[in-house]
Design a protein around this ligand. Structure first.
Ligand code: NAG
Ligand code: NAG
Ligand code: NAG
Ligand code: NAG
Ligand code: NAG
Ligand code: NAG
Ligand code: NAG
Length: 503
C-alpha cells in the first residue's frame, strides 16, 4: 500500500491541470438580454460549467466584482465609443485603466484588455488613434507594474484579411497597412497576441456553395474534399484553421513572426430566419462541440501544428435584444435561465462545458422501499445486470454501512451510469429513484461522481495503476476506489486553482 500511495503522489507531481502552452476555451458574455441574469448568477453558471476564461464587452463594475476570487481569467474591453477619447489622451487612458482595471486586480484576475472591437471595419474613423490608445493603456499598466501580466490587443474581424484562401497568399487589406504595421510592432514588443474573430458560419454563407457545410463544421472530410494550399501543400480540413493560418501568413507578409493568435470570437447560431437555413441547433452543436475538441486537443493549425490557438466562444447567452436577423439573437450556449440551448457533445474532452456537469444525477434505493424487493434488485444488478459489486464485499470501501439499502444504492447507481442514464435505467421494479444529491460517503465513491472527472484521466489512471500495481484481484476494488478518491481530490484542487496541472 505504501508503494501504491507513493506512486499516486509521484503521478500527482508529474501531472499538470493546465500547462502554460495549452490552449483554453473561453466564452464571450454579451448582455443584451431582456432577462439578463445578475452577475452572481452569471458567475454561478460559469463555475458550474468550469469556464475559466471570459471576455466582457465592457468593464462592468458589478460583473468584475462578482468575478473576484473565482480564479476566472477575464478579458475586459474598451467599448468603441470610448476609443477616440482614450486614443487622443494618455491621461484619459490612465484614468480608464485606473477605474476599470486597477480597482479590481488582483482579486479579479484581469489578464487582457481588448481595445475596441473590430475597429478597422466598424469604426474606421477611430483607426488612426487605435495604436496610440493601445500604447497609452499599456503605459498605464506598466506604471502599475502590470505591463507583463495584462496583455493589450484589439479584436479584428477576419474580413481585414484579403484573399484568405489559399492561406499562404493572404494579406491584410492594404488600406489598413499604415495601422497594421505599427499595431503588429506593438503586439510583438509587448509580448501580446493578435485577436481575431473567426466566423466560418459567415464565410460559409457568403461563399454560396463554394465552401461545404462539412468543411465549415469540422466534420470529417474525404481526403479528396480537403482544401490544399498549392504553395505550401498544407491540407486544410476546416475553415477555422484556414482563417487562422491566413492571419499567420498575412502577419508574416508584413515581416512579423511569432505573434500568437487568440480567437476572440467564434461560434454558430442555433436558429435563423428563412434566409438562414443552416442556423440550426444541430449545426450549432456540431460546430461548437468540434471547435472545443479541436482547441483543447492543442491541435494547432497546419502551418503551426501544436501551437495553442485559444478561443472564446461567441457566446454564453442568447441575446434576445440584439437587432438584426433571427440568427443574431441565437448564438448563445444558454438561455437567460442558465438552461443549455443544446447539450454539447463533449464526452472525453475534459470538463469545460461538459454536458454532464449540469444536473448531475444519481440512482439510489427509494426510501422506505421493501427490503425483499431491494435485495432482489440488488441481486439482479450484481448478477444479470453485470455491475461490479466487489466494492460491496466485506473489507471493501462500500461495505459500510452494511444495509441492503446502502448496497442497493451503490449497485443501482453503477448500473444507471453504465447505461448512460438512459430512460428507464433507474427503476428496478420501482424501488429505485433518481436524486441530485451525491450519495458517496467516506471512501465509497459513487459512479455519478466519476462523471465530473475527465474520463480520459480516469482511464489513464485506472489502466496504469490497476494493471501495474494490483496483480491480485482482491485488491482491485479497493484500488479502484482509491483512484476515484484521488481523482476527486485533484479535481477539487484544480477547480479551486490550488493545483494547476492537468491529468
Ligand atoms: C502623458 O504624456 C505627456 C507628454 O508625453 C507626459 O508628460 C505625461 O507624463 C504622460 N502622462 C501619463 C499619465 O502617462
Ligand atoms: C491570474 O492568472 C494568471 C494566468 O493563469 C496566473 O498566473 C495568476 O496567478 C492569476 N492571478 C490570480 C490573482 O489569481
Ligand atoms: C479594404 O478596406 C477598405 C476600407 O475599409 C474598403 O473600402 C475596401 O473595400 C477593402 N478592400 C476589400 C477588397 O475588401
Ligand atoms: C519585408 O522584408 C523584405 C525582405 O527584407 C522586404 O523586401 C519587404 O519590403 C519587407 N516588407 C515590409 C512590409 O516591410
Ligand atoms: C488531436 O491531435 C492529434 C495530434 O496532435 C491529431 O492527430 C488528432 O486528429 C487531433 N484530434 C482532434 C479531434 O482534433
Ligand atoms: C452528453 O453527451 C453525450 C454525447 O453526445 C451523450 O451521449 C450524453 O447523453 C450527454 N449527457 C447528458 C446528460 O445529456
Ligand atoms: C436540468 O434540470 C432542469 C429542471 O429539472 C431541466 O429543465 C433541464 O432541461 C435540465 N438540463 C439538462 C442539461 O439536463
Amino acid at each position: 500500500m505504501g508503494l501504491f500511495l507513493l506512486a499516486l503522489f509521484l503521478m500527482a507531481f508529474s501531472a499538470t491541470c493546465a500547462d502554460e502552452e495549452a490552449a483554453f476555451i473561453g466564452v464571450n458574455i454579451g448582455t443584451a438580454l431582456s432577462d439578463m441574469p445578475d452577475p452572481t448568477q452569471v458567475v454561478a453558471l460559469l463555475k458550474s460549467q468550469q469556464i475559466q476564461h471570459v471576455r466582457l464587452f465592457d468593464a462592468d463594475r458589478a460583473m468584475l466584482l462578482a468575478l473576484a476570487n473565482t480564479g476566472i481569467h477575464v478579458t475586459v474591453s474598451v467599448p468603441n465609443d470610448q476609443l477616440l477619447g482614450i486614443g487622443q489622451s494618455n491621461s484619459t487612458a490612465a484614468n480608464w485603466v485606473s477605474r476599470n482595471v486597477l480597482a479590481y486586480v488582483p482579486a479579479t484576475n484581469i489578464t487582457a484588455i481588448a481595445v475596441g472591437s473590430e475597429v478597422l471595419t466598424t469604426l474606421p474613423n477611430a483607426a488612426p488613434v487605435l495604436v496610440s490608445a493601445m500604447s497609452f493603456i499599456h503605459s498605464a499598466l506598466v506604471a502599475s507594474n502590470l505591463g507583463s501580466h495584462i496583455k493589450v490587443s484589439t479584436p479584428h474581424s477576419s474580413s481585414v484579411i484579403l484573399d484568405p484562401f489559399p492561406p499562404s497568399q493572404a494579406f491584410f487589406n492594404r488600406t489598413w497597412e499604415p495601422v497594421m504595421v505599427p499595431l503588429l510592432k506593438f503586439l510583438q514588443s509587448t509580448d501580446s497576441y493578435l485577436m481575431l474573430n473567426v466566423y466560418p458560419y459567415y464565410d460559409y454563407m457568403k461563399a454560396s456553395g463554394a465552401i461545404s457545410l462539412d468543411y465549415a463544421l469540422f466534420r470529417p472530410l474525404l481526403p479528396t474534399k480537403e482544401a490544399v494550399d498549392l504553395n505550401t501543400l498544407l491540407h486544410y480540413t476546416n475553415v477555422f484553421d484556414a482563417v487562422v493560418d491566413a492571419a499567420y501568413f498575412a502577419t508574416s507578409y508584413l515581416n512579423f513572426t511569432n505573434i500568437p493568435v487568440v480567437v476572440t470570437e467564434s461560434g454558430w447560431p442555433s436558429k435563423g430566419d428563412s434566409s438562414e437555413p443552416d442556423a440550426t441547433l444541430d449545426n450549432a452543436n456540431t460546430y461548437n462541440s468540434n471547435l472545443i475538441r479541436h482547441i483543447l486537443n492543442n491541435t494547432g493549425t497546419p502551418k503551426h501544428p501544436g501551437i495553442a490557438v485559444s478561443t472564446y466562444i461567441y457566446e454564453l447567452y442568447n441575446e434576445d435584444l440584439r437587432p438584426g436577423p433571427v440568427s443574431e439573437k441565437n448564438w448563445g450556449l444558454f438561455d437567460g435561465n442558465g438552461m443549455p440551448v443544446y447539450i454539447l457533445r463533449l464526452t472525453g474532452s475534459g470538463t469545460v462545458l461538459a454536458n454532464d456537469t449540469t444536473n448531475q444525477t444519481y440512482c439510489v434505493a427509494r426510501e422506505g422501499a421493501d427490503k425483499k424487493m431491494l435485495q432482489a434488485a440488488l441481486d439482479w444488478a450484481c448478477g444479470p445486470g453485470k455491475v461490479d459489486c466487489s466494492p460491496l464485499l466485506q473489507g471493501q470501501p462500500c461495505y459500510e454501512p452494511d444495509t441492503v439499502a446502502s448496497h442497493a444504492s451503490y449497485a443501482f447507481d453503477a448500473y444507471y451510469h453504465r447505461m448512460a442514464m438512459g430512460e428507464g435505467t433507474c427503476n428496478f421494479n420501482g424501488v429505485a429513484t433518481i436524486t441530485t444529491t451525491d450519495p458517496s460517503h467516506a471512501s465509497c465513491i459513487f459512479s455519478g461522481r466519476l462523471l465530473l472527472l475527465s474520463s480520459l484521466s480516469y482511464k489513464f489512471f485506472s489502466a496504469s495503476v490497476l494493471e501495474e500495481m494490483a496483480p491480485s484481484q482482491t485488491q482491485q476494488p479497493l484500488l479502484h476506489q482509491l483512484i476515484l478518491q484521488f481523482l476527486v481530490v485533484i479535481r477539487v484542487l484544480c477547480a479551486e486553482k490550488i493545483f494547476t496541472g492537468t491529468l
